[in-house]
Structures are given as structure tokens and as C-alpha cells.
Design a protein around this ligand. Sequence first.
Ligand code: GDP
Length: 140
Amino acid sequence: MALERTFSIIKPDATRRNLTGKIIAKFEEGGLRVVASRRIHMTRRQAESFYGVHRERPFFGELVDFMISGPVVVQVLEGENAIARNREIMGATDPSKADAGTIRAEFAESIGENSVHGSDAPETARQEIAHFFSEADIVG
Ligand code: GDP
């Protein structure tokens, strides 16, 4: 297994409920390290661009409105097999289908307001990290 980096967002439903510490603890307990982090309020343009791949999906407007409804924490997570590991720690998109102990099972409110985002593949991880961070922002 290789040391990998992945991109993560703590979404507005979680920042609103002051859950950032509990969510970061899940990453750390799961073997991932936060090597870059910033709290931001995304613009509509940023959210539309970030989720551009979902533009044709029926929930796109709802997703963008949600992602700009409050602050988010954008992060780079590093660890062995970090992309897959992060997705295990997050759990399934729909919290009712997420395994017990995962972030989404414990904290998510619905399939849309599901507390966290995580990259799904090496190429998307690279692109998503570059969307928000420069190499100099990442301290491993
Ligand atoms: P992920 O990789 O597990 O985040 O899931 P997807 O890439 O399939 O979807 C991206 C995000 O779109 C999800 O995390 C949800 O916030 C949102 N989303 C997915 N499906 C739905 C849906 O059916 N309704 C709504 N409102 N949002 C959805």
C-alpha cells in the first residue's frame, strides 16, 4: 500500500451542528492525518464548479444550495490507501445504508445533507486538492 492523499470536505450540516472535531477524530482514529485544512464559505460559482460532474443530475440545484448554506472545512487527508480508507470511514452516501460507526451513519441527516465529501479516485483526488490548495499549503 502506498502513502496517498485525498480531498475531504466537512459539509454545512456538520459545521452548523459544531461536529467538526468529532468528524476529524474519526479520520484520525481511522489512520488518516489532516495535512491541510481551511474553513471557508463557498461561493455559488465554486460549488457549481466543484460539483460540475453532477450538473445533469436532478438534485444538482439542491446540492449547490446546500453546499453554500454555511461554512465548510476543506481538507487534505494523508495515509496508507487514503482514498479508499476515507470512503470507508465516511460510509455510504445514503446514511440509512451506511455501516455502523461510520461518519455518515453517526452524523448525517439525509442522502443530501450527509456531513462529508471524499474523493473517489486518484485523479479526482489530485484535481480536488488542486481546486483548493497549493503544494505549499500541505504540510505532511
Ligand atoms: P458521494 O461520493 O458518496 O458523496 O456520492 P455522489 O458522488 O453520488 O453524490 C455527491 C453528493 O451529492 C452526495 O454526497 C450528496 O450530498 C448529494 N446527493 C447524492 N444523491 C443525492 C440525492 O438523491 N438527493 C440529494 N438532495 N442529494 C444527493
